[in-house]
Design a protein around this ligand. Structure first.
Ligand code: HEM
Length: 216
């Protein structure tokens, strides 16, 4: 039955050839599990995207409603606690697997020519992933979230000359308040994921173009 559906789709859409083009790649013979770490990071990125889309159906990014909406997700929405936990755990595992992947790439010296640009794109994605964690931390809008953001953003104020301007830019005003929450929510669910997706598109394009490096 499934193969008939695939055949039907393939006749009209060419799904099998797309699959072949994307997934079938020549790999070095002595590949190790270390080469799966980037793929694991990507898997957690996908889980984050799906669970984040589910959470956004109930989360309300406002000073008066945010805390209550997170409580509602955890206690009242069916399986809300599970989706929220999956999102939180995947966020930590996403960063852990990016770091392990970076370590594997570093040990293999795969940052050398011709992969320097891909290393740089990787660093860009890593910074964005950390930004995603930082902006997401504020969203529960509880004491811990508030003070972590208060301390984290105050560092922007210490930059010479433009510190005060930067602080206002990050917080949406002189202090952490509802403006900061809206700003962080927007960064967390739109700007950062889109930028990570664009970065990963470049990353995978270069991996496909150059192939993965051989083990040392
Ligand atoms: C969301 C983050 C990331 C994802 C999903 C990701 C995914 C991948 C995947 C699937 C590969 C091919 C297989 C492999 O070598 O694991 C790869 C290769 C590579 N990645 Fe990443 N990556 C990420 C972040 C980074 C970072 C932070 C760096 C470096 C700072 C980096 C540098 C590289 C390089 C240089 C290669 C080529 C490795 C080789 O040819 O051996 N990546 N990445």
């Amino acid at each position: 039955m499934i193969s008939r559906v695939i055949e039907w789709m393939d006749e009209r859409f060419g799904i099998v050839s797309i699959h072949r083009r994307i997934l079938r790649r020549p790999m070095p013979e002595d590949i190790s599990y270390g080469y799966c770490l980037g793929g694991m990071a990507f898997t957690f990125f996908l889980i984050l995207a799906v669970t984040g889309m589910m959470l956004s159906l109930y989360y309300v990014p406002s000073e008066t409603e945010a805390y209550r909406s997170v409580q509602k997700i955890t206690e009242e929405v069916p399986l809300g606690w599970l989706v929220r936990s999956m999102h939180k755990w995947s966020a930590s595992l996403f960063i852990i697997f990016i770091l392990l992947h970076t370590l594997r790439v570093f040990i293999a010296k795969a940052y050398r020519k011709p992969r320097e640009l891909n290393w740089m794109v990787g660093v860009f994605v890593l910074v964005l992933a950390m930004g995603s964690g930082f902006t997401g931390y504020l969203l529960p809008w509880d004491q811990r979230a508030y003070w972590a953001t208060e301390v984290g953003t105050s560092m922007a104020g210490t930059v010479p000359f433009i510190g005060e301007y930067l602080l206002h830019l990050v917080r949406g005003g002189p202090e952490v308040n509802g403006n900061t929450l809206v700003r962080f929510y927007s960064l967390h669910m739109l700007y950062i994921p889109l930028s990570i997706s664009a970065g990963l598109w470049m990353h995978f394009h270069m991996v496909r173009r150059q192939g993965v490096s051989k083990r040392l």
